[in-house]
Design a protein around this ligand. Sequence first.
Ligand SMILES: [Zn+2]
Length: 425
Amino acid sequence: MKKVFFGVFIVALVGVALVLTGVTVKRSQKETPTLLMRLNNRVDGSCDITSYTTYGRFFNLAGTIDGDHEDIVLILKDEDDEIEYELVLEKGEDVTNFKTNKLINQGINLEKVPLGKYVFFIKIGDGEEAKYYTLNDQSKMDDITYYTITKDSNNKEIKIGFEDYDKKSFMVLNNEDVKLPSDIYDIVIDPGHGGNDVGANKNGHYESKINLEYGLKLKESLEGLGLKVKLTRETDESIPNYGEGSRVSVPYETKAKLLLSIHQNSAVYNVGDGGVEIYVPNHADNEFASMLATNIVENTSTIYSGNVANKIARGVYLRKFTKSDLASMTKEAKDKGYTPYEGATTDTTYYYIIRETGGIVSGAYVDDRNPDKPWNTYYNSNHGCESYLLELGFINSTTNLNILLTEQDKYVKAITDSVKYYLEI
Ligand SMILES: [Zn+2]
């Protein structure tokens, strides 16, 4: 009995001590003071974070530190170990600007962060001489909650945010095993069009229906890998682009890491034997898109599309707004009496399903400036989904249409194999 009383006494004392030192405990009441308390001794200064975001599996941050520095890295530190990440540096006036990566689908792969609790530091120099700088939040962005891709029925929850200790702000990452919440998914498949919006059509074959057939088969196939897959529509119905349950909202609400929007192409001109076109986000690495196109071409009878407009690699396309697209958007805004959005440039991705689902990282901009269209309430989100639009083939090519109707299982296997490789399942 004495021991029990003594234990309670110690806990009470520690509690009083924490209150006296002004510790702010936001999350884990037991661990937080210990890790921050211990790492606090290593702090040499602080610097500012101007953004922190996720896009698919990739976490990136950007910030600025006083002075001219070259030997500078980002680290995730716990009491025993440091995980080091390279930074892209840019000299400013008496400051060094840093970011984890220039491409939106590279950077810190959250799937590879080991379990545990860590503090982010900017580390300058090495060995005994190394200096550690804490990260102050100047971004006004929200804390991030990320769920890892389902592997062998297991998931981890990674929380990234800020905690105060000893009048300093620490950027903290906490990675724990969890049971995946029922409304969280790994992948969203979006069968394009639906209901009254039939999309392209040829000889009684409607794009909306072909897209749905592919979507349903792909869902089943990806679930065979153990992935949790959400369809934006499961029947031949018309669904909204924005708002609750919409094509754009579902990837955010489910915190999906990957979105594949399924379409069939069509053109007014003769497309020969047609072919596959994968549309990608701007400022991204196109390894996955190239793999999708190649796997489809190698495993089905279809070919790479001969279309050269917006082509950046075999079967891979990047369509951005042109000057005339922007001019007509500006004119439309003026005609309808609202302020034209100036954030869209010739560097902005054209297709809304790619642009609007990645949040701030992919240049989403459909906000409340346009009263005639529903809003993308997530346009400013710092967590987004890595999104691709797959034009599987041309239905106005008789050869290609026949392949699209008869080789669906081969297409689905090619896409599934690509996802398996890319997500490292
Ligand atoms: Zn379409």
